[in-house]
Design a binder for this molecule. Structure first.
Ligand SMILES: [Zn+2]
Length: 210
C-alpha cells in the first residue's frame, strides 16, 4: 500500500503550525487539506478528548459561518493522535492564505462562553465528553502562534533519506522483536496445552481404573 503523504514527514521535528498536508483534485477542482498542528508530537501533551471535542464543535461552526470562507469549507475534524485538526478547503491554497481565517476562528474559540453548539444527545454522539476550560486554553495557545507564525510554522520539516533509512531500520528491528515475542507466547501456549492434555489423560486413566 502507498503511504499517505503526511506519514512521510518527520513527526519528531514537527512544530506547532499550519501546514499543507495534501492537495487532491476532485471533479476538476483542487481540495487543500491543512494540518493544523496544535501540539508538538512527543514533546507536548496531546489534547484531551474533551478539549478537542469542544473545539471541533465551536470551530467547525465558526468556519461554516465565516462570511469570506464558509462556502469553501469542506471539513474540520480531529486527528486521531490528538495533536491537531485537519481542515479541508475547496480551492488551491497555501498556509499563509488561511492564517487570517484561523486567527478569527481561534480568537473566537479562546473567548468562548455560552452554550457549545450542537451539544445535546440528539445532535452529538457523546455530548458529555466536553471540557470547555481546557478547550479555551488550547485555543488561546494556538492563537498565540497564529498571530506571529515563523516560516517553520508554515512548512513541514523536510525528511532526509538518512532519516527515512534510520526509521525503516528501527521499524524492522521492532517488527522482529514483536515476532520473536509472539513466537515465544505461542510456544508457551502449546506447552501449556500439552501439559493440560497430559493431566486430562492421567485423570481419564485413573477414572477407567476405578
Ligand atoms: Zn460531538
Amino acid at each position: 500500500m502507498n503511504k499517505i503523504p503526511s506519514f512521510e514527514i518527520n513527526h519528531l521535528k514537527l512544530k506547532k503550525g499550519v501546514y499543507v498536508s495534501r492537495k487532491d483534485v476532485v471533479g476538476g477542482e483542487v481540495i487543500t487539506t491543512f494540518d493544523l498542528r496544535m501540539k508538538r508530537p512527543y514533546k507536548d501533551a496531546p489534547m484531551t478528548t474533551g478539549s478537542m471535542h469542544v473545539l471541533e464543535h465551536i470551530i467547525a461552526t465558526y468556519l461554516r459561518n465565516d462570511k469570506m470562507w464558509s462556502h469553501r469549507i469542506i471539513y474540520f475534524g480531529p486527528m486521531g493522535c490528538r495533536t491537531g485538526f485537519y481542515l479541508l478547503i475547496r480551492g488551491d491554497y497555501t498556509s499563509t492564505d488561511i492564517i487570517p481565517l484561523l486567527e478569527r476562528a481561534y480568537d473566537y474559540a479562546s473567548d468562548f462562553n455560552g452554550d457549545i453548539p450542537g451539544c445535546t444527545t440528539i445532535e452529538c454522539g457523546n455530548c458529555y465528553d466536553m471540557d470547555l476550560p481546557e478547550a479555551i486554553n488550547d485555543a488561546a495557545d494556538y492563537y498565540n502562534l497564529l498571530i506571529a507564525p515563523k516560516k517553520y510554522n508554515l512548512e513541514y520539516p523536510p525528511i532526509t533519506e538518512a532519516e527515512k533509512e534510520k526509521s525503516r531500520r528501527k521499524y524492522e528491528r521492532e517488527k522482529k522483536q514483536q515476532l520473536k515475542l509472539l513466537k515465544e507466547m505461542q510456544q508457551e501456549n502449546e506447552q501449556n496445552n500439552l501439559e493440560e492434555q497430559d493431566k486430562e489423560e492421567i485423570v481419564e486413566e485413573n477414572d477407567s481404573q476405578d
